[in-house]
Design a protein around this ligand. Structure first.
Ligand SMILES: Cc1cc2nc3c(=O)[nH]c(=O)nc-3n(C[C@H](O)[C@H](O)[C@H](O)COP(=O)(O)OP(=O)(O)OC[C@H]3O[C@@H](n4cnc5c(N)ncnc54)[C@H](O)[C@@H]3O)c2cc1C
Length: 495
């Protein structure tokens, strides 16, 4: 008889976890509350338009390649990949925009055009970013942290200054560049780590290696196509993936989880791994006595931003936009303040806008475009009033039209909004966060919530709340780490 494992959630972390456990000989069942797989990377289709509801940047391709090789398989057996060119377009104002490209020299020339010496400064900056990335990927990311000394080890103490763990990103970038455009290009990715450049450790300058050097790719059928590929792998390995199955409780006897209950069924298991939002699982699915973290712990966390998202099907082609587009307003600190210091809807927000039909025309009907608009916003903002939400949408559409020079509001054929309340109802997201916990120093590595419950010995957590953190590649890495821990613990404890 195979030992039985239940996975809660069919996001990237749950699916990758399921595949890894099945390979290790477990009989695995994945229970997902929504009707689709992919978690925050779900697919939404309407009138011939297909939308990646969440992630759209395929970064760190080596992490995905490595994942499939663990199964002696190749990524290309599951989905095709294409390097984008340009990687992305940045609008700094309605009449100032720049393209970031796979060609290093083109980016050097761009930075030189921002300020004299900017090109050479970019080369130095990127060399340092690559040095840190190599250490991070080989030393920090694919490992478990149980004690503070696992993190503040000899290497961190000796190399901490070279790795810039203890300095902040905005200060570090200002050592190289004075031009605000150069600085914004090198700092913007912090939002996608759920933090801001003033709080993020400068170690995260590795993100510039990730996008500008590692490259920005597009998987056929979008990021949901990748999730489907991993789900196909799961099914080949015998995993059962059940959707529309919300787990409502984890049953515990003593220090051992016995199974889970859903709205209409009970499942027994020898092992439970949750890929769902950590706070929800601890606070809603476990009795108080079995929780590792209680309310005061969650109250003190720095929660990553939520997002105001619009999915729009446009009835014509858009010429001023690329596949990935970003807008950085001159005083972007005011937008960060509305997220992290004085929660409010940002007035003149920075935004991200993607048009994936530029690369994959099959994602939209012929002659049409598929537009995704994302505005980072504070977690916990009240967005329960429909009229207010629509008014904010109208406001940002005008703003986006002014910045991009594309007037598309009369050509919108399909529209859906998604914001704080949807993150809560669809994913049980803590305070409606899109990304879990921010990547501040005190929420990095050993300081993230533990992979293994301290109260229930056969309950584990994977996914974006845990180490290494936010992002699809990180979700895969967290499952690799958890699989290794399970191997060790079940072997050593004879379970
Ligand atoms: C709009 C947006 C854009 C993003 N852009 C990028 C990007 O471009 N690139 C990138 O790498 N990352 C991006 N990210 C981050 C990335 O999507 C996430 O870090 C990653 O997908 C998290 O995966 P996960 O498996 O940890 O969690 P999730 O994807 O949230 O999966 C958790 C699953 O658990 C389910 N669940 C919750 N409670 C229960 C329950 N009680 N019972 C059963 N199931 C339950 C949920 O429905 C969900 O399916 C983005 C995120 C968002 C929201």
């Amino acid at each position: 008889m195979k030992r039985e494992a239940i996975i809660i959630g069919a996001g990237y972390s749950g699916l990758s976890m399921a595949a890894l456990l099945a390979k290790d000989g477990w009989q695995v069942t994945v229970l997902e509350k929504n009707d689709e797989i992919g978690g925050r990377a779900r697919l939404w289709e309407s009138e011939g338009f297909s939308f990646d509801m969440g992630p759209s940047w395929y970064l760190m391709p080596e992490v995905f390649e490595r994942f499939f090789t663990l199964f002696d398989r190749k990524r290309e057996e599951f989905y095709d990949l294409r390097r984008l060119d340009p990687y992305y377009k940045v609008f700094f104002s309605p009449d100032d925009a720049a393209l970031l490209r796979p060609d290093r020299q083109a980016n050097v020339d761009l930075f030189e055009s921002f300020e004299p010496g900017g090109g050479k400064a970019l080369e130095r900056y990127m060399d340092e970013a690559t040095y840190k990335y190599d250490i991070a990927i080989n030393t920090f990311l694919y490992r478990e942290y149980k004690h503070i000394t696992d993190f503040f080890n000899k290497q961190v103490v000796f190399e901490g200054t070279k790795l810039h763990i203890f300095s902040k990103l905005d200060k570090y970038v200002s050592r190289f560049f004075t031009d605000r455009r150069a600085r914004q290009i090198l700092e913007y990715a912090m939002v996608f780590l759920g933090t801001d450049p003033q709080s993020a450790p400068a170690l995260y300058s590795i993100m510039s290696h990730v996008d500008m050097k590692g490259g920005v790719f597009f998987p056929k059928n979008g990021m949901t196509g990748v999730a489907s590929g991993i789900a196909d792998l799961c099914r080949e390995l015998g995993v059962k993936i059940l959707t529309g199955q919300e787990v409502t409780a984890i049953t515990v006897d003593g220090r051992t989880a016995k199974g889970v209950t859903t709205r209409d069924k009970t499942y027994t298991a020898d092992l439970i791994v949750s890929g769902a939002d950590y706070e929800h699982v601890e606070s809603q699915l476990l009795d108080t006595a079995h929780r590792t973290y209680h309310k005061p712990y969650w109250d003190k966390r720095v929660v990553a931003p939520s997002m105001f998202i619009a999915y729009l099907g446009i009835g014509r082609k858009l010429k001023n936009l690329e596949h990935h587009n970003l807008y950085f307003q001159e005083e972007w600190g005011t937008h960060f303040d509305t997220i992290f210091k004085k929660p409010a809807w940002p007035e003149n927000p920075c935004f991200y806008l993607s048009v994936i039909s530029k690369t994959d025309p099959e994602m939209a009907p012929e002659g049409c475009e598929n537009v995704f608009i994302l505005i980072p916003a504070a977690p916990g903002l009240d967005d329960s009033d429909d009229a207010q939400r629509e008014a904010y949408y109208d406001h940002i559409i005008k703003h986006i039209e002014t910045v991009t020079g594309e007037n598309f509001h009369d050509d919108i054929l399909v529209k859906r909004l998604f914001s704080q309340r949807d993150f809560i109802s669809d994913y049980h997201a803590y305070k409606g966060t899109a990304l879990g916990l921010s990547h501040t120093l005190l929420q990095t590595a050993v300081f993230r919530p533990a992979h293994r419950s301290k109260k229930v010995k056969n309950l584990y957590h994977t996914g974006q709340y845990t180490h290494p953190g936010v992002g699809v590649p990180m979700a895969l890495i967290s499952s690799e780490i958890v699989a290794e821990e399970i191997r060790k613990n079940f072997h050593s404890q004879g379970l």
